[in-house]
Write a protein that binds this ligand. Structure first.
Ligand code: NAP
Length: 307
């Protein structure tokens, strides 16, 4: 599995991580098999959040089903998130500290590799967040920090207070949901694709060495569904992905990830499969380097446009 460095000086991590948001849909034995398969494939990076499964259920289930031990823990990179509460967002020092402590207990570990702030809280006081990060770092409870779903201004505001602590920004990104790419490709055009909803987040992250993690790499819209196999809405994309998949001897699932990995921003893809066999198919993307022509052909097949 190809490795990337998170942020400028963060840990090395596999380019594919396993998202654990859907884990509680499995039986314990299936979850154990999925996690074991991930480790065998080199996918030792696991993405959690305090809210997944409701009230930390996915974190607890993860640690129980893989029979977490200190030795196994050492082989993993564990990332979790905090800041979403029922009906509001909370980046207060107290909530960040309490949430990190609860995640540590549920994951049966005494340190988190990465802690992300899940969704922007407009009531955030950057100095308060910086203080929470300092306490967590100095106590050895959290090694690295990042954000999710933030725009450049929000990251800059936080980074100024936190001394550049933000290594990662986790954002929704797939061939069928890539506004951050559309806007850059359509600059100056009088069409909707030129509208930049994210304030140049892709370029900002590249300039500031902040690793983008792609969430929901197989979905379109906000959890509207999977575009692979959806020939009603994405006939052309499925046709092109299948053809390119055959050329490389992989599945179209691998091609969807290869499309993200091909971007020079060195994006880490967080896949949410709960199926060990599908995870194997996804990891076959590691050996695929799409040509420039193939990358653009897939982009256009997804219904996107170029000037
Ligand atoms: N930061 C955020 O705000 C945020 C938001 C959402 C998610 N996330 C993170 O991102 C991770 C991934 O999100 P996600 O689960 O929505 O992403 P995803 O990998 O795009 O979707 C996975 C789902 O698609 C299904 N699927 C059906 N056909 C598929 C195919 N051909 N290839 C791949 N999957 C197929 C999978 O089923 P099977 O299980 O049967 O394979 C699974 O239910 C989450 O686990 C979480 O860690 C972060």
């Amino acid at each position: 599995m190809k490795q990337i460095v998170l942020g400028k000086n963060g840990p090395k991590a596999p380019q594919i991580g396993l998202g654990c948001m859907r884990l509680t849909g499995l039986q314990a034995a299936e979850a154990e098999r999925l996690i074991r398969t991930a480790m065998e494939l080199g996918v030792c990076f696991f993405d959690h959040a305090d809210i997944y499964g409701g009230d930390g259920a996915c974190e607890s289930f993860f640690a129980e089903s893989c029979h977490m031990t200190p030795a196994l823990r050492e082989q993993m990179i564990l990332q979790t998130k905090c800041g979403i509460r029922p009906g509001f967002f909370d980046f207060s020092k107290e909530h960040i500290l309490n949430s990190a402590e609860a995640s540590l207990r549920r994951l049966k570990t005494d340190y988190l590799d990465v802690l992300l702030l899940h969704r922007p809280d407009t009531l955030m006081e950057p100095e308060e967040v910086a203080e929470a990060f300092r306490l967590l770092r100095e106590s050895g409870k959290v090694r690295f920090f990042g954000v999710s779903n933030q725009n450049p201004g929000q990251m800059a505001l936080l980074n100024e207070a936190c001394g550049g602590a933000i290594l990662v920004n986790q954002l929704q990104l797939s061939i069928a949901h890539c506004g951050m790419i559309d806007a850059g490709l359509n600059v100056n055009m009088e069409n909707g694709a030129s509208v930049d909803h994210d304030n140049g987040v892709l370029e900002y992250c590249r300039l500031h060495h902040i690793t983008i993690q792609a969430w929901s790499p197989f979905q379109y819209g906000m959890f509207e569904g999977v575009f692979l196999g959806n020939t009603e809405k994405f006939a052309k994309l499925n046709e092109v992905a299948e053809r390119i998949a055959q050329k490389y001897g992989v599945t179209s699932t691998a091609i969807a990830v290869a499309w993200i990995s091909r971007h020079p921003a060195k994006i880490q893809t967080i896949v949410g499969t709960t199926n060990a066999q599908r995870l194997r198919e996804i990891c076959a993307s590691d050996a695929v380097e799409l040509t420039r022509e193939e990358w653009y052909e897939l982009y256009l097949a997804a219904g996107k446009r170029l000037p």
